[in-house]
Every structure is written in structure tokens, then in C-alpha cells.
Design a protein around this ligand. Structure first.
Ligand code: SF4
Length: 327
């Protein structure tokens, strides 16, 4: 979490859209679009953890991929360290990519089983010519120690490690290039519950030590509460609520956020909370509901919600909410 580090914007996302064409028939004509991300804007300050949360199908993972420019947007802009990343040519993009790394959800499939730990962690050092050959071993050991692995691991292969240790290897590889931004895509959801806290603590320690900025993509609101400074709640390609950790967890406003939070167990058994049931599945983003996209599942929906899309309003102190009933 953020301490007293400077709070300059490292990443600025404006009006971002990503539509995937749906093709049908023998001529593969475009019959519609999956509106995976549909006009979202947010800023990530240097040194903070900005979390994108929502159910599967909310558009959070596509947003992460767009930030890394692993795909092209339909519309919108992303500035990273002041640079418009969609205007970059391949060579310039390679340079900027060094400053943005990703930690994947599944540490099993994200590591090459035929590469030793030393080669996996050392590869980015060679590709980006970061450390001269004679100092490479020393740097790999340093990276392994940073993530809590011993020197003895260097010649071992991924199958010799547990899921948590493999995730540590993935983190060491990401750190090798000294990135400014790490996109952490569900970084602990594939791990045993007992190991999840260790990896979360490691990510927080590394942030404190190295001044890292995280764009955290997650559906687990307990994890997000532990680690995030700012939280944006996504539903069907839109941000429906955004605020500081305290605003979202102590004073949530949007019916969708309330429903998500009500499904999270409360650690204090004395504290009871009203449970808001979220019925049904998230609708298809091919033809999202008119008006408010959440209206088909919202227990508070009124007539206006069918026709008019609620704007994302600032409720004060940067707390944003898109709901006709909240102003
Ligand atoms: Fe529910 Fe209407 Fe608010 Fe949407 S705008 S969240 S449907 S009350």
C-alpha cells in the first residue's frame, strides 16, 4: 500500500474501449460486437496499488492487456510515464515494455518447464542487455533472495517447486528488468489459501522496498482490501464505482459494490451485515442491457434505469459512482 511516496500519475487511461467482432455465417460477416471494455478512464499514481475488481466478464483482464499493449484498442488513449503507448512503433514499444511487467494468475503455465530457474530469471537480463555476463549470476541470486528463494534453486526446474514458489519465480523474473509498473492479473487466485497471504505480503514488501506501482486485477475482495490504495469496480465493461480503499470498503455506494461486498465474510463474528444477493449471471456484453447495465440484477432498479445510463458522478473526494439513486 501507498505510504508517503510522491503521487504523480504513472498511468493515465482515457475513454478506453475494446470491442471484439462477433462473426456469423459462411461469409463470417460481423453480426455484432462484444463490448469487453466500453469507455473507461482512470489514473494510477506512482507507488500505489490500483485494483480493478469485478466478476468474470467485467472487462478487467482485457483492460490489463490493453495497458500492456498486448492488444490494440477500439478507441481511447493510454499514457504511461507521459507516453502515448498506442502511438509507439515496435522498437519504441519494446523499450517501454521493459518498464511494464505482468505477473500471471497461473504460475504453472507461465513458466517454461524446460528452463531452469536461473535461465528463467536471467533471460530478461540478456534480452535487455541489463547486466554484463560476469555479474549476471550475482544479479540472479539477488533477485531470488528478494522473493524469498535460496541460491540453491538456481539450477532447478519449475516442476520441482510448489505453486507459491513458482509464483515467486515469476515475480523474480518480472523484477529483473526493474519495472515501474506491474500488472498483477489474479496473482494468488490459483494458489492454496495458506500460500496466498505469503505472496500478498511479498508483493507489499517489494512495493515498499522498490517503489513499485501495481495494477491489480482481481475478483477476491479480501485480497483487494489488504493491498489496494484505490479500487475501481467494473461491471460489463464499465467502471460503476471508484474510490479509495476506505471509501469502497467503509462507505460503498453502488448496489453492485454492495452486493459484491456482502458476499465477503466479515472477520468479526459480532458484526452482522445485511446480505445483498446477486441473482443471475452477468449478461452478455454483446448486447448489454439498455440504460444502466446492472439493472437486470439490481434490487433497487427504478423506471429511469431502463432508459438512461447513469453517468459516473464524483460524490466528493474522488469517490465516483454511476447510479441514478446516488448523487
Ligand atoms: Fe440499480 Fe438503477 Fe442504480 Fe443501476 S442506476 S445501479 S439499476 S438503481
Amino acid at each position: 500500500m501507498m505510504s508517503d511516496r510522491p503521487n504523480k500519475d504513472l498511468l493515465v487511461v482515457e475513454g478506453l474501449k475494446k470491442y471484439f467482432p462477433v462473426r456469423r455465417g459462411i461469409f463470417s460477416r460481423i453480426s455484432g460486437y462484444v463490448r469487453a471494455v466500453d469507455g473507461i478512464s482512470f489514473h494510477v499514481r506512482k507507488g500505489e496499488t490500483f485494483a480493478l475488481v469485478g466478476e468474470s466478464g467485467s472487462g478487467k483482464t482485457t483492460t490489463g492487456r490493453l495497458v500492456l499493449r498486448l492488444m490494440e484498442p477500439t478507441d481511447g488513449k493510454i499514457h504511461f510515464v507521459g507516453i502515448d503507448i498506442f502511438s509507439l512503433r515496435q522498437r519504441e514499444l519494446r523499450k517501454i515494455r521493459k518498464r511494464m511487467q505482468i505477473i500471471f494468475q497461473d504460475p504453472y503455465s507461465s513458466l517454461n518447464p524446460r528452463m531452469s530457474v536461473g535461465s528463467t530469471v536471467g533471460e530478461p537480463l540478456i534480452i535487455h542487455r541489463l547486466v554484463e555476463k560476469k555479474k549476471r549470476y550475482e544479479r540472479i541470486i539477488q533477485l531470488l533472495e528478494m522473493v524469498g528463494l535460496e541460491e540453491g534453486c538456481i539450477n532447478k526446474y519449475p516442476h520441482e517447486f510448489s505453486g507459491g514458489q513458482r509464483q515467486r519465480i515469476g515475480i523474480a523474473r518480472a523484477l529483473a528488468v526493474e519495472p515501474d509498473l506491474i500488472v498483477a492479473d489474479e496473482p494468488v487466485s490459483a494458489l492454496d489459501v495458506s500460500v496466498q497471504a505469503q505472496i500478498v505480503n511479498l508483493l507489499m514488501e517489494l512495493q515498499e522496498r522498490l517503489g513499485l506501482t501495481y495494477l491489480l486485477i482481481a475478483h477476491d475482495l479480501r485480497l483487494v482490501r489488504m493491498i489496494s490504495d484505490t479500487v475501481a469496480v467494473m461491471y460489463l465493461g464499465k467502471i460503476v464505482e471508484q474510490g479509495s480503499n476506505a471509501q469502497i470498503y467503509h462507505s460503498p455506494k453502488h448496489p453492485y459494490t454492495l452486493a459484491l461486498l456482502s458476499s465477503v465474510p466479515v472477520p468479526d463474528p459480532q458484526r452482522k451485515k445485511e446480505r445483498v444477493l446477486l441473482e443471475g449471471e452477468i449478461p452478455t456484453p454483446i448486447n448489454p442491457p439498455s440504460g444502466c447495465r446492472f439493472r437486470t440484477r439490481c434490487p433497487m432498479a427504478i423506471a429511469i434505469c431502463v432508459d438512461q445510463e447513469p453517468p459516473l458522478r464524483n460524490l466528493g473526494n474522488g469517490h465516483l459512482c454511476a447510479c441514478h439513486l446516488i448523487s
